[in-house]
Ligand binder design. Structure first.
Ligand code: NDP
Length: 295
């Protein structure tokens, strides 16, 4: 299969590319930077979709970049890097003479309203109560392709845990130095997935002709994981103490009130359709996932 991946140079994209290539698929990235096996977004808009069997979008400015102030300019970048890239790929698919069979977009569990108790499956309502839920709604709306042969898949991902990027790379040094601890109360749910499973679900969606619609990209044990459970397990995997809680006011001061919600609140998300689709998780268990990552 020839697979075109928007944002394929990033943290998830590198893992997905590796997995797809190991299954014998050919991968081309759509990127802002030139390079081997890459096309630019401008080229995609001008020339149209290159010959391919499937398209994935993983592009998105890092929302939790602590070096970027949470203001209008950054918000616009966060939105356009997801919604506009998705719209550009959807348009290219709709306009293609030979449209691909599959179109997968990875969005986020921010679609569901944070709650310490409610459990959400792919059929649960959401998408219209705060900045992140509305972002996911616009992102998923941009992915819609009018009737055609291309099946659409949305993977709503939790926090992606893996080596060399994402949340772990931001937490590794503080925890390694013994400066880690729960965030805020620590009671908030922590929806998570191992990077190999997120790449695995995308690959599963590409390779199984019958799959379409929404799939939650979280581990099956994710609803039982709180931020403090994660903290204890991560510290244990590193063999370090995790005694220093990060107070809610400090999180709000560093990230801004709107963005701090992502760290101070969380959702219990169940991968119901993902499991029903026959996907077998490699890392359903948090401590095994973390041991693999820090090994
Ligand atoms: P990365 O931060 O690694 O970024 C992915 C790619 O997006 C980059 O390699 C870059 O490609 C492209 N990109 C970054 N900023 C911009 C921008 N301003 N405009 C256009 N393209 C941009 O993301 P991840 O791999 O961690 O995540 C992949 C997707 O999954 C993202 O959409 C993210 O929102 C979503 N997601 C990730 C989670 C996580 O925990 N990592 C959790 C939930 C959802 P290039 O430089 O080649 O153009």
């Amino acid at each position: 299969m020839r697979v075109l991946v928007g944002g394929g140079t990033g943290f998830v994209g590198r893992a997905l590319t590796h997995l797809l290539q190991s299954h014998g698929h050919e991968v081309t990235h759509v990127s802002r930077q030139g390079g081997k096996n890459r096309i630019s977004w401008e080229e995609l808009s001008r020339v149209g979709l290159p010959q391919c069997d499937a398209v994935v979008n993983l592009a998105g400015e890092n929302v939790l970049n602590p070096f970027r102030r949470w203001g209008d300019a950054f918000c616009k970048e966060v939105i356009s890097s997801r919604v506009e890239t998705t719209r550009t790929l959807a348009k290219a698919i709709a306009d293609a003479d030979q449209p691909p069979n599959a179109w997968v977009v990875v969005t986020g569990v921010g679609y569901y309203r944070p709650s310490p108790t409610a459990e959400y499956t792919e059929d649960s309502p959401g998408g219209n109560f705060d900045f992140f839920s509305r972002l996911v709604s616009s992102w998923e709306a941009a992915a819609v392709i009018p009737d055609g042969p291309t099946r659409g898949v949305l993977v709503r991902s939790g926090v992606v845990l893996g080596r060399g990027g994402g949340a772990i790379s931001q937490m590794l040094w503080p925890f390694w130095l013994g400066l880690g601890g729960p965030i805020g109360s620590g009671h908030q749910p922590f929806p998570w997935i191992h990077i190999q499973d997120l790449a695995g679900i995308i690959c599963h969606a590409l390779e199984n002709e019958c799959l379409q619609g929404v799939f939650n990209g979280v581990s099956p044990s994710s609803p039982a994981t709180s931020n403090s459970t994660f903290t204890q397990e991560f510290a244990a995997a590193l063999g370090r103490p995790a005694l220093l809680p990060m107070p809610a006011w400090a999180v709000r001061a560093v990230f801004g009130v709107e963005r701090a919600v992502m760290l101070l609140e969380g959702q219990k998300v169940v991968p119901k359709r993902t499991l029903e689709s026959g996907y077998h998780f490699i890392f359903p268990d948090l401590s095994a996932a973390l041991k693999d990552i820090v090994a």
